[in-house]
Design a protein. Structure first.
Length: 359
């Protein structure tokens, strides 16, 4: 419910009560309450924002150009290519006109997705290169992408271009190979070893984060490529933020059982309805205390959770960028900037975080 709808709803209730000679009272909301219209702004001021370094948009996409967000400062590595897609600048129409859906979703035409992927790679400066993706399933599984007798292409993709390898993370030191993870709220994390020129991409939803996929993945980079933590740079890409990501008690329990810093990731949010706040007596129920559906939500900060894993893996804090843009609420003008599975009730395209080294 936006503020226009809220104002109209309150006005309707005001008129109804006035018609029978009643006037509304007023009550204060709890200090921690986030109104619907404020929630996204509150999220930007959350604990995660302390470590946030906003990503850089590569300009407003022109006609036929994909929208891309990159980590500031990474352009100094001339061999490195990376980027996070936004939803503008594509040819898909099923989720909205001219949108950049990069996933082989059942709703979109494969030809549209292929064109969108080509536009996105071109936008991040990849004129020719192989894009490798995974069949993601919210795990802690990390794949090493390397040639086996030159069979890289046949081993990783079907003839239709769809991924056949299962996993949620990849790493490679092969030039010309671009690693891509698909997201629509989950956290894309990109890592590069600027000394060894090895790269990695991780898909971290709450399950992958709980499985420490980023921390474990960097451990594998150290074993496989001899990567040193001080040589790594990392970026936590656009994902659903602590402003919009509510979870259940079972997720809270899992995080509290695994991470000593879990209290820093979890927040109780009193998500209020303007009509309820103004006319609380209209919503009284006979339910016992604690059984009403009115109460705090638990919000989880996946941005900070994955930043902490990068730190625990030895990556220097100054070399970590957190884009800090919420896929569920960030806007580019009047339009939503990203796809959001939760924000769009499951009917959403897919974005991608991509990283690789040039030949």
């Amino acid at each position: 419910m936006d503020w226009v709808e809220s104002s109209e709803a309150i006005a309707q209730v005001d008129d109804l009560l006035a018609s029978v000679g009643l006037e509304h009272g007023s009550r204060k909301t709890l200090g921690g309450t986030w109104q619907d219209g404020e929630r996204c702004q509150k999220g930007k001021g959350s604990r995660a924002a302390v470590s946030t370094s906003p990503g850089r948009d590569m300009g407003q996409p022109k006609r036929g150009q994909a929208g891309v967000v990159v980590a500031p400062g990474w352009e100094k590595y001339a061999w490195l290519r990376h980027g996070f897609s936004a939803r503008a600048g594509g040819v898909s129409t099923i989720y909205g006109e001219g949108e950049l859906n990069l996933g082989w979703t059942k709703e979109d035409e494969p030809g549209n997705v292929a064109e969108n992927r080509m536009r996105f790679l071109k936008a991040i400066g990849v004129q020719a290169g192989k894009l490798v993706t995974l069949r993601q399933f919210h795990s802690g599984m990390v794949r090493i992408v390397e040639t086996e007798d030159g069979a890289l292409e046949g081993r990783l993709e079907t003839t239709e271009g769809r991924a056949v390898l299962r996993g949620d993370g990849m790493m490679t030191n092969l030039p010309g190979v671009m690693l891509g993870v698909q997201v629509a709220d989950c956290v894309p994390v990109l890592v590069a070893d600027v000394r060894r020129r090895a790269v990695a991409a991780f898909h971290a939803g709450w399950r992958g984060t709980l499985a420490r996929i980023v921390e474990r993945g960097i451990g594998r980079m150290r074993l496989r490529y001899g990567s040193r933590p001080q040589d790594l740079i990392a970026v936590v890409g656009p994902a659903i933020g602590p402003c919009c990501y509510s979870v259940g008690e079972e997720v809270r329990f899992e995080f509290e059982s695994q991470f000593a810093y879990a209290p820093e990731l979890l927040t109780e949010v009193y998500d209020s309805d303007p009509v309820r706040d103004k006319y609380p007596l209209l919503f009284l129920t006979a339910r016992a205390p604690g059984h009403s559906n009115i109460g705090p939500q638990i919000h989880l900060d996946l941005w900070e959770a994955n930043r902490r894993q990068l730190l625990d893996a030895g990556v220097l804090a100054k070399r970590i960028t957190v884009v800090g843009e919420c896929t569920a609420c960030s806007r580019a003008g009047a339009a939503l900037k990203y796809f959001s599975h939760r924000g769009e009730s499951g009917f959403a395209g897919r974005m991608m975080g991509v990283i690789g080294a040039t030949k």
